[in-house]
Write a protein that binds this ligand. Structure first.
Ligand SMILES: *[C@@H]1O[C@H](CO)[C@@H](O)[C@H](O)[C@H]1NC(C)=O
Ligand SMILES: *[C@@H]1O[C@H](CO)[C@@H](O)[C@H](O)[C@H]1NC(C)=O
Length: 363
């Protein structure tokens, strides 16, 4: 009797456990889907490769066709002036492909999702990834597989990231100083992926004790559209550009560059200031480490609120520079092709996992 009862309760626990696991699985699949496929991918018809018509072209096989990429195989020459590229998603062309572009996320922790046939001697595999190591599962077995890295890091083989560029001489600034009249909020933060463990959550909890923060985004129960996002950045004097990691090289994202473009002063929390300064002029942003405490930062922001002349100094950089964005995914794919086309040396990348996931040496 009693053993019956206990096996029943075991069963109950097992069922409970299974249904919990299943739920987690669906939540995972759903969030993955949501993040990468705003709408389900349509069936892609790849351009066909004809040896005679595309003589001498470099074949880049996109092992996973990036979402949102058109199938017009001329995009590299029309958009970026890169000639001689043949982009394809047709795996039948594996043996002829000069390059195979593999998006880390799509490997999905399963090495059998990678090409399995022997690799032609001339072929280079390109590892592409643009998310923070903090948000990416490390996959064992990726060392000694790839030849080329395509990433936001300054030391990747192919570097793609937002950049601050010299302005051509006669470009008018469409944002500044006009934007000054639109400021009716002091500090803003838009937050979707809240994680109590992240430094940014802890800092926010402290900062809000000392200054009013206008919050939006999924975490705060206020999801917003792209238009509202832009409008918000325009209305705010300061924007909390808080990244999800502070220990990984060069991880400075659109959280920094969008406010810069739209005329809000970024308050950065993430990698140390010296790494931000590799990408952004030092006087264009505030770094939380500029102050001994959240309270010190709050006092500074409040004082700038009362002093327009001081506030305006954060926009000086705009006189000479502007932000250049990256056009995902076309630019990524075309730069990869250009690289394979022009760089003919033997290359291997043998410590991917260490390189990408190890924390910064000197914090
Ligand atoms: C292909 O390359 C060869 C040798 O470099 C050259 O003679 C030929 O004209 C090229 N063909 C095309 C279509 O560019
Ligand atoms: C690419 O990397 C693989 C694995 O390290 C290596 O076997 C292959 O020879 C490399 N190919 C080229 C063209 O560099």
């Amino acid at each position: 009797m009693s053993s019956d009862k206990s096996s029943f309760s075991h069963l109950r626990y097992l069922l409970l456990f299974l249904s919990f696991g299943l739920n987690l699985f669906f939540v995972y699949v759903y969030s993955y889907w949501n993040q990468y496929h705003k709408s389900p991918p349509n069936t892609v018809t790849y351009p066909t490769f004809r040896q005679n018509t595309v003589e001498n072209s470099t074949i880049l096989l996109l092992w996973f066709w990036p979402f949102g990429l058109q199938t017009d195989s001329n995009i590299c020459s029309t958009m970026f002036n890169i000639d001689g590229c043949f982009l394809t998603g047709d795996r039948e062309l594996y043996d002829q492909a000069h390059g195979v572009l593999i998006n880390h996320r799509d490997i999905n922790s399963d090495l059998s999702n990678l090409p399995t046939s022997p690799r032609p001697f001339f072929q280079k595999w390109i590892w592409m990834h643009f998310e923070s190591p903090e948000n990416t599962r490390k996959i064992n077995g990726l060392d000694n597989l790839f030849n080329v890295t395509l990433n936001y890091r300054r030391d990747a083989d192919i570097v793609l990231r937002e950049q601050i560029m010299l302005k051509s001489e006669h470009t008018e600034d469409a944002i500044f100083p006009q934007v000054l009249d639109k400021k009716d909020k002091l500090v803003c933060w838009i937050m979707s992926n809240w994680n109590e463990r992240h430094e940014r959550a802890k800092f926010y909890n402290e900062l809000k004790k000392h200054i009013d923060i206008y919050t939006l985004g999924r975490h705060f129960g206020k999801e917003i559209s792209d238009v509202e996002y832009k409008e918000t950045l325009t209305r705010c004097k300061f924007y909390l550009s808080f990244e999800n990691t502070n220990i990984h090289y060069d991880y400075v994202t659109e959280k920094m560059f969008n406010p810069l473009i739209l005329g809000a002063v970024p308050v950065a929390l993430g990698v140390p200031r010296y790494i931000y300064e590799r990408f952004v002029p030092e006087d264009a942003f505030i770094h939380v480490s500029d102050f001994p405490s959240a309270q010190g930062l709050a006092q500074h922001l409040l004082s700038l609120d009362k002093n327009v002349e001081e506030y305006k100094k954060y926009f000086e950089w705009r006189k000479h520079f502007e932000v250049k964005l990256v056009r995902y995914p076309a630019e990524h794919v075309c730069r990869a092709c250009e690289y394979v086309r022009t760089k003919k040396d033997y290359q291997v990348f043998n410590n991917l996992n260490k390189w990408y996931w190890d924390p910064i040496d000197q914090l």
